[in-house]
Design a protein around this ligand. Structure first.
Ligand code: BDR
Ligand code: CA
Length: 308
């Protein structure tokens, strides 16, 4: 089978890091580029982290493009309180000998899409949707070239993790999220409702570390740092692997299930800004995932990253 062409748009972040490693370990996927967006930590850290992750996977052939520095309208909010000051605390990533690719992430997304056949490029945003919203606004003729946008973000029946109403990626750039959900592109969403069921338990972390390879040891170290916040805040038995859900879905759709809905993002009310809701009586614009086969998901994450 021909591997599926994807662009990973990301703000690493330890869970972004595992998502990137999982994608680089997947023969089912062709990672055309990694584009970075300010989110968990500011630029240039997210770019440095992405460069380090492709070096860790011995895949410096994959270009990393630096993207937006701040959300479309709002002031950047970051999450060092979860991810640590570097964004990938828990591991020391190698230096990438190739360095950042020339040009802006938004322009690269546009140029890849314009050169591609219809409905052939899958965008995988793992952070705020700023780069994707910018690309759609700057060059709407990319829309028919995009097969699917698969995004980690939002919270529906689950409360938000940044405000009571909003999940982090939706909260940081709700206006970009609005552009995406009103674009007409098929969107698949992994909200907190499903990612809070993707808990990496201590036995999963140990199984990963036991592989002893550089990517496995680094990934386990990052999770041991990152799990502390959610275990303390939600009294969970492990860390939610939000962003790897996106990549796992692209490798094996049968791990997840959800429903089609018309998703709306609150962009107006300061108290609830970034809240994602399902509006009834309107044609669906997204598939919202709600269920995961967590054991099979962790087998996939552990064996693929372990064998990278
Ligand atoms: C999302 O926000 C970030 O902290 C994580 O990387 C994930 O993308 C979870 O709300
Ligand atoms: Ca992320």
């Amino acid at each position: 089978m021909t591997p599926r062409s994807i662009i990973i748009d990301t703000d690493p972040g330890q869970d972004d890091a595992l998502a990137i490693l999982l994608a680089l370990a997947a023969p089912e996927l062709d990672v055309i580029a990694i584009t970075t967006v300010a989110g968990n930590v500011p630029q240039p850290l997210v770019t440095i982290n992405s460069l380090g992750l492709v070096a860790l996977a011995d895949r410096e052939d994959i270009p990393v493009y630096r993207g937006c520095e701040r959300p479309l309208l709002r002031t950047l909010v970051t999450a060092e309180y979860v991810h640590g000051p570097t964004g990938v605390d828990g591991a020391t990533l190698p230096v990438n000998s190739v360095g950042v690719a020339e040009g802006h992430a938004v322009d690269h997304i546009i140029s890849v899409c314009l050169d591609a056949p219809a409905a052939s490029v899958t965008l995988c945003p793992l952070g705020p949707l700023t780069n994707i919203g910018m690309a759609i606004a700057k060059e709407p003729s990319i829309i028919p070239k995009i097969r699917e946008i698969v995004w980690m973000g939002g919270a529906f029946d689950e409360p938000g993790n940044t405000t009571p109403a909003a999940e982090f990626n939706a909260y940081v750039d709700p206006h970009a999220a609005h552009i995406v959900f009103t674009s007409g592109i098929p969107v698949t969403v992994f909200p907190l409702d499903v990612t809070h069921k993707a808990l990496m338990l201590p036995r999963h972390v140990e199984a990963l570390a036991d592989y002893g390879t550089a990517p496995a040891v680094a990934a386990a170290g990052m999770i041991r740092f990152y799990e502390v916040y959610d275990i303390d805040k939600y009294d969970l038995p492990g860390a939610p692997l939000h962003d790897p859900c996106v990549i796992a879905y692209l490798i094996d759709e049968s791990l997840f299930s959800g429903q089609q809905h018309h998703v709306v993002v609150d962009t107006t009310n300061e108290e609830t800004i970034g809240r994602t809701t399902e509006s009834t009586g309107t044609a669906p614009n997204a598939t919202v995932m709600t269920e995961i086969d967590a054991e099979r998901f962790f087998d996939l994450v552990t064996t693929r990253i372990g064998n990278l």
